[in-house]
Design a protein around this ligand. Sequence first.
Ligand code: AMP
Length: 219
Amino acid sequence: MPNIIFIAPLAAGKGTISEYLSKHLGYEHISTGDLFREIIKSGTSLGEEIKEIIAQGSLVDDDKTFQVLKQKLETLNNNQLFILDGYPRNINQAKLLNKLELNNIVVIFLNLDYDVAKKRALGRIICPNCKKTYNIYFDNLKPKVDNICDECHSKLEKRIDDTEETFKKRFNIYLEETREVISYYKDMNLLKEVNANQDINDVIKDVLKIVNGDKYDKY
Ligand code: AMP
């Protein structure tokens, strides 16, 4: 199976798909957003700086982001499969990543329409403890008890950047920045596209077809 880079707008289902692949296929899920949220929790001055940037819906600078990611990748065993979620976000980041000469990579582009992304992002609530994601606008994604995680019973939270204003900004940054990244990986023959407007189970099935030849029913 290949290592996976997801290129996707916010709320395309990356988190849910990654959780599935970690659980069933042993992938390590590396999300730069999660790495930053951990740094924010540490309460350091770097954390304060990053918190401010994220709350505004802007991007953390490329060198800082690359260092954080590189450090994380260095902790993995040689044969540990991984998913990159949220990196690269622009062409410069893709080129920095290329320097690491990672092999056995597939880049999966989760293509999602603006309106679907908006509904998913603004209704999203997340468990800060186990990271399970819910959505108050979709009946099949609501928690059983309002605001409480089904799995670990922690109180669910809204992300600081899931507001209408930051949504618009983040989606537009995504469109501008990733256009080049997509053609970069297309030229390298690494890109596969999946329609992320579908129900999440169908998106997972399409991703599995790419990753392990459609062994979805097995689970
Ligand atoms: P995410 O959880 O991937 O939506 O990321 C949340 C926020 O973290 C983003 O809006 C950015 O501010 C920051 N972030 C995550 N990944 C990156 C990246 N590759 N480059 C720059 N900033 C990032």
